[in-house]
Each structure stands twice: as structure tokens, then as C-alpha cells.
Design a protein around this ligand. Sequence first.
Ligand SMILES: NC(=O)c1ccc[n+]([C@@H]2O[C@H](COP(=O)([O-])OP(=O)(O)OC[C@H]3O[C@@H](n4cnc5c(N)ncnc54)[C@H](OP(=O)(O)O)[C@@H]3O)[C@@H](O)[C@H]2O)c1
Length: 322
Amino acid sequence: MTSMDGKVALVTGAASGIGRATAIGLARDGATVVLLVRNAARGKQALHDVRAGAPDATVETLECDLASQSSIRDASRRFLAGHDRLDVLVNAAGVFVKEKTLTADGIELTFATNYLAYFLLTNELLPLLRRSAPARVVNVASKYGRTRIDFDDLQKLERPYSYLRSTPQTMLARVLFTQELAIRLEGTGVVVNVVHPGLVAKTRLLRDTRGPFKWITDTFGRTPEQGADTVLWLASAPETATMTGKMFAGRREIRTRQARARTPPYASACGRRARSSRAGPEPASPPPWSSSATTSSSASRRGSTATRRFPLVGVRRPRIGV
Ligand SMILES: NC(=O)c1ccc[n+]([C@@H]2O[C@H](COP(=O)([O-])OP(=O)(O)OC[C@H]3O[C@@H](n4cnc5c(N)ncnc54)[C@H](OP(=O)(O)O)[C@@H]3O)[C@@H](O)[C@H]2O)c1
């Protein structure tokens, strides 16, 4: 018996790169793997590739255009109709597009695919993840040191489009989403973490681009299998089963600025502050996004109310340093 026998995993971006390497790894470990793919042709390719890497695996496809919210809702409904459990959700799909494109929903494509799809798909499947607990969500993102979320221009439409401007904040948004979701899922048995895979060479991601960035990535980047290693570790290893709200690279935690400062991700922007204030004194347990173990007494030394613990400072333009 292998470690993932009896478990069901859904992997987005499974037709190529890090997602495909992750799907193969989970399939080899014995999981039933559902490959979320853009269309039938990509599905056929993905099935072929994953079966070549894991010949005995149980694999199926789920067609979904992650740039379309109705497609995500529809695919989620189909998944829920066909499966009574979901043990692992890996969000690995993403784009790096040269030209500004609006989706059918009227949303800039990078923001729609790289962030909103992660948010919507995960939320659509969350009830099943909760029922399947212990369950794990792993989001693939990236380090983007000085990036800020501009809440006044989330889609970066106010200035001329550039993928170098639009992509970084979607990576940060994935990190913040992970940290916030971990807080909201505290105690449910569903853990959620985020991975910086490093530069990964010759995936389909940079196919639209040219120039030094592509050259550096393709020349010095790692293999998709190396990029997927930490994703697989978080998705299946016993020692990561209870880790949550953290960012990892090379199986090591990266302390994000929020974790270092003990500031929540975008918690207050999403109403956490108001709920916590109504709830009275802050809980004694440390927040899951903090990696340093703290005691209830050290927590109470930091501040006796949730309002002090979750200040509004930094919400408009949260900072993250990774
Ligand atoms: N490569 C790197 O150096 C690097 C570094 C940091 C972070 N990342 C992140 O790692 C993740 C995986 O990237 P990768 O390098 O493995 O690139 P990749 O090979 O291009 O994988 C991205 C996958 O997302 C899928 N996808 C994109 N838009 C979609 C849509 N609308 N509907 C359904 N599927 C869609 C693609 O499907 P198609 O193949 O059909 O287009 C592709 O399979 C991305 O989220 C990226 O942001 C990559």
C-alpha cells in the first residue's frame, strides 16, 4: 500500500510543467488523480503523459477554463457530482501573458487566471474538502519581494499593461489568500500552504515571452519535477499534515513579512477585524500563519484584544517580503 491509496487529488495546470509533475507524483503514490485541463485536446495529452509516468494510476480529466468563472463553477459541480471526497487540491495553473486580454467576464486575464481562479475553485470545493478532512490545499505561487497589492487597481488596468507589472501581485495574492484561508480553516482539519517552486525551465508559462527573463529561466531554471518536489511534500508527507498557512521553497519555510510581523494577511480587509472584535478577547492559540511557537502568555503580552492583534495598518497596501 502506498501513502496516497484511497485518496483523491485534484491538480490544476495538470497538462504541463509543475502541475503535470505534481500529478504524476501523486499518481505514483497511489492517489486517484483528477487532472484539471483547459480542454479535451489538452486533457488527452495530460492523460497520456501522466499514464506514461504512472502506468498503474487511476487518472481522469476535468475540463475547465480557469479564466471563466462560469466554467469554474460548472467544473466544480461536475467534480462534486462524481466524487464524494477530495483529500488534496493543488492549484498550479497560471499564465504569463504578453498582451492585455479581457476574459468573457470582463476581467484582465492574468488576474482572472492567476488569482481569481485559485480563490473561486478552492471555495467551490471547500465544503467537500472540509467533509474529507484531514485534507490539504497546496497553492503554487512565487517570491515577489517588494510587490504590493493595489486595492484601487487590482487588475492593473490604470496603466498600460505589462506582464511584469500584472503578474507579481497575483503571486502575492496567492500567498495572502493562503494565509487568510488557513486562519479561516483553523480547527477544521483542512490545511493550506503555498510554494515558491523556484525558476522552472522550459514550461509552457513563458511561451509568449522573449528576452532576458525567458533566457535566464530556461537556461538556469530547474526541472518541473524539482519544482514540484515541495508541492508533493506538502500534499502527501506525514510530517506536513498539520502545517498550515505557510510558504515554502525547497521544503523550507520562507518567513513572509506577515508571519515575521505577526500581521494578518488581508484579514481586516475581509472583515476579520470586525468579527474578532465582536468575539471579545483574542484566542490563546497562535495564528496558523505564524511559524514561531508562542504560548498563550506571550500572546497576551502582545495585545489583549483581537483588534490590537489584527491592526488595520498595512491593509490598503499590505507588504510582503519573501
Ligand atoms: N516556471 C516558473 O519558473 C515558475 C516560477 C514561479 C511560479 N510559477 C508558477 O507555477 C505554476 C505552474 O507554472 P509552470 O511553470 O508549470 O507553467 P505551465 O507549464 O505553463 O503550466 C501552467 C498550466 O496552467 C494551465 N492554464 C493556464 N490557463 C488556464 C486556463 N484558463 N484554464 C485551464 N488551465 C489553464 C496551462 O494549461 P495549457 O497548457 O493548456 O495552457 C498549463 O497547463 C504557475 O501558476 C506559475 O505562476 C512558475
